[in-house]
Structures are given as structure tokens and as C-alpha cells.
Design a protein around this ligand. Structure first.
Ligand code: 9MR
Length: 575
């Protein structure tokens, strides 16, 4: 299978900031430097130079050159880059290239909401749909959900939240990182190092039903998930009270397409887990400090859940989630030491209580390196705690604070070195080990670390690194395509989704603009990808087809990474 990959000059198809770095990649047989020309929309050459041969790129198997046209700073649209007889897809140079992406990436969450009708007046008639999973036939839930195999003597009302991805399951351990990244997108506007960027995330900046309620819309969106997470907690008086069920989902997988309101499967609570309980503790602790100025009662409820969940996790530190099968994702995680660190950090940042600080400082993650080369994610969350300890307050003792902040810059230096060593400029190592299920979100999470290092130090090299780090996502890659729907000349649009299943039923829409695909996955973990792509070089192990859930799904914990990063990028637009 040889995919159609278009012109051999690869650019960030969304564009570049006038004062930002501008890099491209040329696929060529040439070994010597090649001349390049930058043309404006009228076809006139406005800059020129020569490429840098980079040899064979291991992840793509291609002989490539890189082009640096960063010294050209004139805003405009419809630029193209020409080299080796090839003309790139067109792109803009503008301070506003990422403005709308911030809201598109965030808007995804409203459209993924469970238990509420989606209002076409807010998001377009094609995305309107009735409320799903409120116990109205043929739905069997989520208002009165039993435990799997009747393993408990209670039923829970676990309505609301966001559908995980292309499925209708709702899972605490990736809902946790997703809602954390939304809250952190907002919290970034309030911290000592970045205060003053908040207008773009104020009330009435998103198309959500709560707009106009005097609460920033991004927090309204986060609350939709937080309320669900809190409903997943075992009630007082029951075995494992205070812990959270790991996930809830259908007893059997449904086919595609399947609208939420049509899902006939029995919904089931899966067993409690320490990991889910700590996700609940960490996110409700963060909720407590962020909602305090807007809704003291809700903030108080969050803090009380955070405390009981954390205590329950400490009392049950080794309830490891088992993958029992059925119609939901596995989300197994054998190591919860990182979730303990994250939860203790959030509780400390919200309460300043010494007992939580003691737990933070006793964690092996507090002194260990939490920033892996291949990034953090739902199963490795220590970085979430570390980033918040570095940015949110000055509560840490002075020398500890310095070390924590330095650790972010040190990690960013490593990601910078990696990015520079990659002909395609991505901040992940250039081998198959970087191309796994959902890897696009890990790339973005490494960009978040680069961006945070810029926030902490003001050193422009980190800002430039963050800007360069997203080029791959937006088209500077072997497939010459953007992984974000509606962004770039050629972008993913057939992601695996039961709801936005246009490729399976033309009367349904594609995923909305701002939906990121999981990305190239050398593991080829689904049959469609395996059959089509066997033997692919890692960067080619992707197909924009609805059946390829392991390369081309949408997911809340991937879009949350995009939301955090695009909000940062949008803020850099004036520079
Ligand atoms: O994002 C998850 C990825 O890290 C795992 O490797 C993969 C296999 O367990 O599962 C991914 O999550 C999927 C979940 O299991 C089911 N719903 C869709 C999720 C995204 O593809």
C-alpha cells in the first residue's frame, strides 16, 4: 500500500507566526544542498536559500533535507515553499494562525458530552442530537447502573461526563488527565508566571449552554466531567467507600455508527481501583482552588471528595484495575505511584497542609525524573503533579521549588535536543518506540513541557521549541497531512467515532473541526491497519479510515493536550 502523499515539500499547513521559527522538510533523492524559494500568494519569490541535507530519517525511511526560513517575517496568506521542483501546500504567516484553534480544540468537549442534548444552535445543526444514556429506551443507563456481575449491592447514577472517544464508555483514568488539562489551560492564565492572558478563556468564549453564567466556559466544560467523576465514587457505608469505580461502559461493544441515544447495551460499573480513586482525588483537589471564586459550594464539595478519595486510596493502595473485557477499553495500570504523587501535589497546592507536602516529598517521583522521552499520558501522570508544583504557587519550600522548576527546564532542554535531531522536527525520539497508540498526544504533551519551560524562564528557545514541536502535527510529516480535522490543506476527517461516522453513513457529519487523531502507530493494533499497513515505516503507520481505531480515533485525553497547547500557541501570536 502506497499512500498518496502529495508534494514532497512538507510544511506546517496551518502556518507560522511572523516572529516564530519556520521550518520545513523536503523528501528528495538529492544528497547535496538544494535551492529553495518562498513564494507569496501572487507567486512572487519573497525569500530564498539552500536546504540542509539530513540523510535518511529513521522513522520515515526517507532521505530528507530541512529548510529554515525563519528570517522571513512578513505576514500574509497563501505562501508556498518550492524546492526540488515541488511546491508545498499553501500556508499563512500570521500572528493569529492559532486563535481559532484554541476554541475549536475546546469545543470538542461539548460535542462529546453524555446525558445532555447537543444544541445545534450552538454548534451547527449537523452536530445536534438528543440526550443519550439517561435511561430512556432503548438506552439502559446511565442513571441507575449496576456493578458488573452484580458485584456490589448498590446502583449508581453516573449520568453526564464526556464519552471517552469513538466509543460510549466513560473511564475515570483518562477522564482525569483530560479534565486536568482543561483546568490547567485555564489555570495557566492565573499563575504568577503567566497572569493576564485570561480574556480569551473568560465567560462566553465557547459555544456551551452555560455561556453567560459569569463562570469561564472552560470551567463550565470541566465541571461537566467533574460532576461525573464524583458520581463514580462509592457511597459511604459501602465496601470501599470513598474509592472510585475504574470505569463504566457497555456490557458488549456496539457497531459503527451508533448514536448515544440508540445504544441498547446494558451499562455496567467496573470494579473500583486505586488509580481511578487518585484521579478523582487529584482533579477534585484542583477543582477546589479553581472554582472557589465562582461557586464556593461546588468548590467545597470538590475538596471534600478529594480528601475522602485520597484517604480511601491510601487505605487501599494496591487495588489494581483488571481488564475484564466487555464493551469498553482496558485502561489497566499496574503502577499507581505516579497517581499518588499527582494527587498529593494537587491536594497540597489547594490546602497548603503539611501532611500532603510530606506525601509529595516522600514520593520517589518528587526527586525522580518524571519527563520521559516519549511523554506523559493517562497511565503516567507524575508530570501533571510536577508541572503544577512548578507553576501554580510558591508554596513549596524555596530550594525544593527551585529544583522542581529547574526539572521542567532540564526536560525541555532534552526535548529541544530531540526536536533538533529530527528532520521532521518532532520532540520525540526518531525510532519506532515513539509511534504508539495515541502518540500524537504524547508529542503535544512534550510541547506542553517546552511551553511551560518558557512560561517559567522567559527563555525564547523554549517558546520556539514549542512552536516547532507542533509542525509535525499540522503537516510537516511523511504523510504530508494535518492530524487535526479542518486545520491544514489536507487533514484527518474519518476518525473512528460512533457519533461522527460520516464514512460509514453519509448522513452523519465528520468529527468537528479541532478533533485530533491518535496518529501513526507502529504497533498496528487494529485489524484494518494491520491488513493495510503491514511493514510500514513508523511514521507511515496511519490511515485516515474510520475502522482504524488504533491509528485514527478521537479521544478526550488527546484533545485536552491539543487544547492546552493551542491555547499557549494562540497566546504567542503577538510575539
Ligand atoms: O488511549 C489508549 C491507549 O493508550 C492504549 O494503548 C489503548 C489500548 O489499550 O487504548 C486507548 O484507549 C482507547 C480505549 O481503550 C477505548 N476507547 C478508545 C480509546 C482511544 O483509542
Amino acid at each position: 500500500y502506497v499512500p498518496e502523499t502529495g508534494p514532497r515539500v512538507r510544511v506546517n499547513q496551518v502556518g507560522y507566526l511572523p516572529a516564530g521559527p519556520k521550518n520545513a522538510t523536503v523528501v528528495t533523492d538529492a544528497t547535496a544542498a538544494l535551492p529553495w524559494q518562498l513564494k507569496n500568494a501572487g507567486g512572487n519569490v519573497v525569500a530564498s536559500g539552500t536546504s540542509t541535507p539530513r540523510g535518511v530519517d529513521a522513522a520515515s525511511g526517507q532521505n530528507v533535507h530541512s529548510i529554515d526560513f525563519g528570517s522571513f517575517r512578513t505576514a500574509g496568506s497563501g505562501y508556498t515553499l518550492v524546492a526540488d521542483g515541488q511546491t508545498s501546500h499553501p500556508f499563512d504567516i500570521s500572528g493569529t494562525v492559532y486563535q481559532q484553534l484554541r476554541s475549536d480544540a475546546l469545543q470538542f468537549f461539548y460535542i462529546q458530552r453524555s446525558g445532555i442534548a447537543i444544541d445545534g444552535n450552538l454548534v451547527g445543526a449537523q452536530y445536534a442530537r438528543p440526550a443519550g444514556h439517561l435511561g430512556i429506551a432503548p438506552n439502559k443507563g446511565d442513571t441507575d447502573v449496576p456493578c458488573r456481575a452484580n458485584a456490589c449491592d448498590y446502583r449508581l447514577d453516573v449520568r453526564g461526563g464526556w464519552y471517552d472517544a469513538g466509543d460510549h464508555g466513560k473511564y475515570v483514568v483518562n477522564g482525569g488527565i483530560a479534565v486536568q488539562q482543561l483546568m490547567s489551560t485555564f489555570e495557566r492564565t492565573k499563575t504568577a508566571v503567566t497572569a493576564g492572558h485570561g480574556a480569551a478563556l473568560a465567560d462566553s468564549t465557547l459555544r456551551v449552554p452555560e455561556r453567560g453564567n459569569q463562570v469561564p466556559d472552560i470551567l463550565d466544560e470541566a465541571r461537566w466531567e467533574l460532576e461525573f467523576l464524583m458520581r463514580m465514587q462509592v457511597p459511604a457505608g459501602k465496601p470501599f467507600a470513598g474509592m472510585a469505580h475504574h470505569k463504566m461502559h457497555d456490557a458488549n461493544w456496539t457497531g459503527i455508527p451508533m448514536q448515544p441515544e440508540d445504544d441498547p447495551e446494558q451499562r455496567e460499573l467496573q470494579p473500583v481501583s486505586t488509580a481511578a480513586t487518585l484521579n478523582l482525588a487529584a482533579t477534585t483537589a484542583q477543582c477546589a482552588r479553581l472554582f472557589a471564586p465562582y461557586d464556593a459550594t461546588f468548590a467545597g464539595r470538590c475538596l471534600s471528595v478529594a480528601r475522602t478519595a485520597y484517604a480511601a486510596a491510601k487505605a487501599n493502595p494496591a487495588k489494581i484495575a483488571q481488564d475484564l473485557g466487555g464493551g469498553g477499553g482496558g485502561y489497566g495500570d499496574n503502577d499507581v505511584s505516579d497517581e499518588f504523587y499527582w494527587a498529593a501535589a494537587e491536594l497540597y497546592l489547594s490546602t497548603a497542609e503539611p501532611a500532603y507536602l510530606a506525601d509529595v516529598q516522600a514520593s520517589p517521583h518528587h526527586t525522580g525524573d518524571v519527563f520521559a522521552a516519549t511523554g506523559f499520558g493517562w497511565g503516567s501522570t507524575a508530570a501533571l503533579g510536577r508541572l503544577d508544583l512548578a507553576t501554580v504557587s510558591n508554596l513549596l519550600p524555596q530550594n525544593d521549588r527551585q529544583r522542581v522548576r529547574q526539572s521542567v527546564a532540564d526536560a525541555a532542554d532534552r526535548y529541544l535536543a530531540t526536536l533538533k535531531a529530527q528532520a521532521y522536527g518532532l520532540p520525540m525520539p526518531g525510532n519506532a518506540g515513539s509511534y504508539f497508540w495515541g502518540g500524537n498526544s504524547n508529542i503535544l504533551n512534550n510541547v506542553q513541557v517546552l511551553a511551560t519551560a518558557f512560561d517559567l524562564t522567559g527563555d525564547a528557545k523554549y517558546r520556539d521549541g514549542a512552536l516547532q514541536g507542533v509542525d509535525y502535527i499540522f503537516g510537516r510529516n511523511a504523510l504530508n497531512q494535518s492530524y487535526v480535522t479542518g486545520w491544514g490543506e489536507k487533514s484527518s476527517q474519518n476518525q473512528h467515532s460512533r457519533i461522527f461516522a460520516n464514512q460509514a453513513d453519509a448522513s452523519l457529519p465528520h468529527p468537528p473541526a479541532g478533533s485530533i487523531a491518535g496518529g501513526a502507530n507502529a504497533g498496528l493494533d487494529d485489524p484494518f491497519a494491520r491488513d493495510l499497513l503491514e511493514g510500514c515505516k513508523p511514521m507511515f503507520c496511519y490511515v485516515d479510515h474510520i475502522e482504524s481505531y488504533a491509528t485514527n480515533e478521537v479521544a478526550i485525553n488527546w484533545n485536552s493536550a491539543l487544547a492546552w497547547v493551542s491555547s499557549f500557541l494562540a497566546d504567542q501570536g503577538t510575539g
